[in-house]
Design a protein around this ligand. Structure first.
Ligand code: BDR
Ligand code: CA
Length: 313
């Protein structure tokens, strides 16, 4: 087998973040150098705790989890308990984590790792607001050129917004951070609502997780059951989008996704459209492309991959 791809997962678990972590740990093609937590779906103490719980659930108590920024760069933290519940991982009963957080701050870990590893060999996978990544880029601009790729969940064009009529949650929570990352020149792949809203958790797909008869399979089914209620009610859809695992699925099977290399600029001025990802999908400006912006996904292929991998845990 080829050498595993080295990744850092930056996350605010979140049930869909949790499934993304499980997918990464179940995949030998990936080496998770560290998990960094950020404030987002719930405040930082909870996202950090949830990250530890999920590592243990994956049987990876050797994983290193670093707590990061507890608030966006300039704005007040907005959380999403209305979607994810009070703990961020509401649904099944969860054990207290036995693992401890690393002493180092997540931002220092990201900077040190990118400087220590050969240039172009570490991929960043942000699954929450971009506060940790932007802080690292701002504090250590030399690391930007050393990143292999940033593959993130955030933004939307055709689906526009989920937390406001104009903005997707991860970008809305810290638009200033998103602006830094999108303007940094780093190779960027954007998995937004346009694709995640095509990858819905239908009944047979959720049943397949429960039928595994394993603890991770049961957790995925119960988490999905919990957060589905919100999206089903909101969109009248058969199930809920499983956002964050799309990032990890892209690393494993990029051909499941299609997109365009275009300019994406973040709205940071207007309160009405704050955090909007202004994507030049139709290439109507001469703004230089800065992101591979995904628009299509093979949803059956995605769930086949996810089910196969979670079944290995
Ligand atoms: C994103 O926001 C969070 O609620 C999810 O975990 C996902 O990362 C979707 O907008
Ligand atoms: Ca998330």
């Amino acid at each position: 087998m080829t050498t595993p791809r080295k990744i850092i997962i930056d996350t605010d678990p979140g049930q869909d973040d949790a499934v993304a972590l499980l997918l990464a740990f179940a995949s030998p093609e990936l080496e998770v150098l560290g998990v960094t937590s950020v404030a987002g779906n719930v405040p930082l103490p909870l996202t950090s705790r949830n990250a530890l719980i999920v590592c243990e659930l994956a049987g990876r108590s050797d994983a290193k989890v670093y707590a990061g920024c507890d608030a966006p760069l300039e704005r007040k933290l907005v959380t999403a308990e209305h979607v994810h519940g009070k703990t961020g991982l509401d649904g099944p009963q969860l054990p207290d984590p036995k693992m401890a957080l690393q002493d180092q701050h997540a931002v220092d870990f990201i900077i040190d790792t990118l400087r220590a590893e050969p240039a172009g060999t570490v991929t960043l996978c942000p699954l929450g607001p971009l506060t940790n990544i932007a802080t690292a880029f701002r504090r250590a601009p030399d690391i930007v050129d050393r990143v292999q790729e940033v593959v993130l969940m955030g933004g939307a064009y055709f689906q526009v917004g989920n937390i406001t009529p104009a903005a997707e949650f991860n970008i809305y929570v810290d638009p200033q951070a998103a602006e830094i990352v999108f303007a940094s020149g780093v190779p960027l792949v954007v998995m937004g609502l346009d694709i995640t809203h095509q990858a819905l958790t239908t009944r047979p797909r959720v049943d397949a997780f429960r039928a595994m008869g394993t603890e991770p399979g049961r957790m995925v089914a119960e988490w999905t059951n919990f957060f589905e209620r919100f999206d089903k009610e909101k969109y009248g859809s058969e199930g809920a989008p499983l956002h964050d695992p799309c990032v990890i699925a892209y690393l494993l099977e990029p051909d499941l996704f299609t997109g365009r290399h275009i300019n994406v600029t973040i709205e940071t001025q207007s309160e009405l459209t704050m955090g909007m990802t202004v994507a030049d999908w139709w290439r109507v400006t001469d703004r230089a492309p800065n992101a591979m912006f995904m628009g299509g996904v093979d949803a059956d292929g995605f769930f086949t991959l996810l089910t196969d991998r979670i079944g290995r845990l």
